[in-house]
Write a protein of this length. Sequence first.
Length: 143
Amino acid sequence: MDIITSPAVSASFPGDRQISRSWSHSVQNPLVAAKDGSQFTVHSNIDGASVAFDGVTKGTITSGIFTLEISTTGTPFTSYTVSRSGYVTYAGSISRMPASDQTIDLYATLNPVPTATTPPTTIPTTMLTPIGGDAGWYTVPVM
């Protein structure tokens, strides 16, 4: 339940009369559905990696996991990503949402970004004169 409170509003009237009012009201945020124990647990090999669902970052991997509590009545997620600087981003799809009080485990292995390698240097070689010269044949002396 969210409580919305307005700032104090003041008004001055002739004769040094002033009125000041503020109000508060409790409302259920219609954009946030109630959580019912359902969750996704993302497992990854890199602590500190960011976890996003449908492109919105939700948290960070700590001690190899990140858990997101969700509502089964909310909008279903279809994808997740795990990323960290220096690693190739992992992208996975979500085929189903967890039922009430259920956990779905998702796995992401991050690999280091490949570094540019220097191609091997070729060393020029000098070709010796072929046997027999450039005649295409040669003679073998008999001993």
